[in-house]
Design a protein around this ligand. Structure first.
Ligand code: NAP
Length: 252
């Protein structure tokens, strides 16, 4: 039976809790210290509109989510050893990828850039003491960043190979922060433990879809991760999806 502040909807959402100003969602980071130490622990995040978009057709994504969701993203960064983005996000957003909205150290910043098109400048390269890495198949990293050269398979670098390379360099807890193609590839490869979808009460109506996974032909083939939802001040909702455990009870 659902307790105070919790709802059960056909078993799909075990908990829907309101989160009040100043608090993070209680317990949401418990899996991080409990992460296994013999393999990478991977969390992916996406900030989405109600219609599942992460950016406008021109690639603008800043402003979809409210401040409480941004605080949450920075808390995730503070809990991981490395934050990983695709080069598309570097080009579109020029992100800093550091911890500013909460206490904590900056994780390593890793950019997947198979052909070296990120260029030698960008805020991710700031000299703030964070470790910097460029994962590439052909290019060389800019000064200060380490080059991690991996082999293409069918034109892509296998996500598992990227995680193994980061793990071998001491990076155990990994945040795949975006964008859509990068997060989708890691999920399709079965590499993601937790997925945090930060859904904002905003309808874009057009733009880039958040997830684009390998097609399924039947609803029975859909992923049904064990999911908890947390309502944030301002109306954003965190869906914390445990991709290692399915919620079979949610199927009709
Ligand atoms: N709302 C959010 O939470 C959020 C978060 C981040 C970004 N965004 C938005 O998302 C958009 C960018 O997303 P996106 O899907 O276009 O690009 P992306 O995922 O940031 O980057 C995709 C590119 O990264 C490289 N890449 C990533 N994984 C790879 C792999 N396994 N093997 C080889 N190359 C790999 C490829 O570069 P090549 O093309 O050179 O092969 C690929 O085209 C922007 O509009 C940004 O504002 C939104």
């Amino acid at each position: 039976m659902a307790g105070p502040g919790e709802t059960e909807q056909n078993g799909a959402l075990a908990n829907t809790r309101a989160v009040y100003p100043g608090e993070g969602p209680a317990g949401i980071f418990d899996p991080f210290p409990a992460a296994p130490d013999d393999r990478p622990f991977v969390i992916a995040q996406l900030g989405l509109s109600l219609d599942g978009r992460i950016a406008t057709p021109t690639g603008e994504s800043l402003g979809i989510n409210g401040t409480a969701a941004l605080d949450h993203l920075h808390r995730i960064r503070a809990h991981v050893d490395a934050v990983v983005v695709g080069v598309g996000t570097i080009e579109a957003d020029n992100p800093r990828l550091n911890v500013r909205r909460t206490q904590g150290r900056n994780p390593a910043r890793v950019v997947i850039d198979p052909t070296g098109r990120a260029g030698p400048s960008g805020q991710w390269l700031a000299a703030d003491g964070a470790r910097l890495m460029l994962v590439t198949a052909t290019g060389a990293a800019p000064p200060r960043a380490e080059t991690v050269t991996l082999t293409l398979e069918n034109g892509r670098i296998p996500p598992r190979a990227i995680l193994d390379a980061l793990f071998a360099r001491g990076l155990r807890r990994i945040l795949i922060e975006g964008g859509a193609r990068t997060v989708s590839a890691f999920i399709d490869a079965g590499c993601v433990d937790r997925l945090h979808l930060l859904m904002a009460p905003v309808i874009l109506g057009s733009g880039k879809a958040g997830l684009d996974l390998a097609p399924i032909s039947a609803i029975s083939g859909a992923m049904r991760p064990k999911t908890k939802a947390y309502l944030l001040p301002g109306g954003d909702v965190i869906f914390d999806c445990d991709l290692r455990h399915s919620d079979a009870g949610a199927a009709l």
